[in-house]
Design a protein around this ligand. Structure first.
Ligand SMILES: [Zn+2]
Length: 92
């Protein structure tokens, strides 16, 4: 696991200040989507090798939600952005 993560609000902080919260690449199905779509969204996860986007919570810092792109093989962190700003299409 990467030992340092650069929070866009707090700067470079130790990994222990963060909590990993799951896959950031999932798309929520429509409310009227079938049971199979909801089952897959809620219960099924890939185990990707290589670059992957994940939600991380800066639980011992600014308490912001971040999207961290990291390599699951090398644990290198490539990008970090604020999840709320990314969702709004703003700068990370
Ligand atoms: Zn922070």
């Amino acid at each position: 696991m990467a030992s340092l993560i650069s929070c866009p609000h707090c700067g470079v902080r130790p990994r222990e200040e963060f909590t990993i919260r799951g896959d950031a690449s999932l798309t929520r199905p429509a409310a009227d989507a079938g049971g199979d779509a909801w089952y897959e969204y809620i219960y099924l996860r890939d185990n990707p090798r290589g670059r992957h986007k994940e939600y991380w919570h800066h639980s011992s810092g600014c308490r912001r939600w971040l999207i961290v792109e990291r390599d699951t093989v090398t644990h290198a962190v490539h990008t970090v952005c604020d999840a709320a700003l990314a969702k709004l299409g703003g700068a990370a």
